[in-house]
Design a protein around this ligand. Structure first.
Ligand code: HMG
Ligand code: MG
Length: 293
């Protein structure tokens, strides 16, 4: 059976957008449930300014409660300050997050694209030195909440830069979920001319209900890493109206039906999605989760 790797971002991309932040203990419970269900990677938090994203404060306390398992619990690190804090907390997998839109970059990390890459360069250099794995995100690959259409050439440029500077994997983010299958596939095809397909991940939000269709189109392009969020949690604090990532449960259900292997127990993910939705007092945004609750 062909293998697909799911990369769970609910405890980071999901919880960063919740009105009522969860404390480190609840975040750890969520992460452990997801890992126990077989999620190979569970993004554990962010080392960003707590003034900007209070929901991700105390990510060091989260990491302190997780067993060291090689590269399993990545964290976001936008600059050297974040990287040093992540390293002190024992992180062995970090992510820098850039964008293909100047305005989104400015709103999200307070600098333009050129400056963002200047900040990422030493993070990536230090990470390589210490055998810390680096993921690179490119946001707004299919549209920007401020600028509208985004040039694929810019997506390619940022992705190439990340690859050249040592990113192990590059996650292509449809941050506001506006893409449709044909443009998602065309974008991936173009990026894949310079980034190997086995190092590309899909990070699709489901704002317009297109995420599964977009994933299917990109599976046909041989992309085999997919970012997901349990219960469809999430959004982005700097992209008004963006809804959650595609739900882990819905992607798993589709992949199982297509005969792909993930090593993940769908029933346990469904139970976790219902548990966290209850904890957050919100509707479960996974259709599979709702059907099976
Ligand atoms: P800045 O204001 O440019 O940074 O913020 P600065 O270096 O000028 O420092 C300003 C203050 O922030 C100082 O504190 C620094 O110490 C502090 P003050 O003196 O005012 O008390 N600071 C930090 N504190 C903690 N950790 C740090 C850090 N760096 C500086 N690492 C910064 C730059 C990136 C920090 C800020 O803009 C920020 O935190 N932004 C939040 C970014 C974020 O987390 N966005 C959401 C995640 S991205 C996303 O969701 C998209 C993605 O899912 C993919 C997709 O969907 O497309 C990945
Ligand atoms: Mg996201």
């Amino acid at each position: 059976m062909t293998k697909v790797t799911l990369f769970e971002v609910g405890p980071r991309d999901g919880l960063q957008n919740e009105a009522h932040p969860l404390g480190p203990d609840d975040r750890v419970s969520l992460i452990k449930r997801l890992a126990h269900a077989g999620m190979p990677y569970v993004e554990a938090g962010s080392f960003v300014s707590p003034k900007w994203v209070p929901q991700m404060a105390d990510t060091d306390k989260v990491l302190a409660q997780l067993d060291a398992e090689a590269y399993r619990y990545p964290v976001l690190t936008p600059n050297m300050k974040g990287f040093e804090a992540a390293r002190a907390a024992g992180a062995d997998h970090v992510a820098v997050f850039g964008a293909a839109s100047e305005t989104f970059s400015q709103k999200n990390i307070n600098c333009n694209i050129t400056e963002s890459l200047r900040r990422f360069a030493p993070v990536m250099e230090e990470a390589r030195k210490h055998n810390i794995r680096i993921r690179g995100y490119v946001s707004c690959v299919l549209g920007c909440p401020y600028e509208g259409d985004v040039a694929v050439a810019t997506v390619v440029e940022v992705a190439e830069w990340l690859l050249e500077h040592g990113a192990h994997e590059i996650s292509l983010g449809d941050t506001i979920g506006v893409g449709t299958p044909a443009c998602a596939r065309a974008m991936v095809k173009q990026v894949a001319q310079s980034v190997p397909r086995d190092r590309l991940a899909l990070h699709f939000h489901d704002t317009y209900g297109q995420a599964l269709a977009n994933i299917l189109a990109c599976l046909e392009e041989d992309i085999r890493i997919i970012d997901v969020a349990v219960a469809g949690l999430g959004g982005c604090p700097y992209a008004a109206g963006a809804s959650g990532n595609v739900a882990s449960e819905d992607v798993l259900y589709m992949l199982e039906g297509m005969g792909f292997e993930t090593g993940i127990d769908l029933d346990q993910i469904v139970a976790t999605g219902n548990w966290v939705s209850h904890l957050l007092n919100r509707q479960n945004n996974s259709k599979v989760g709702r059907a099976r609750s």
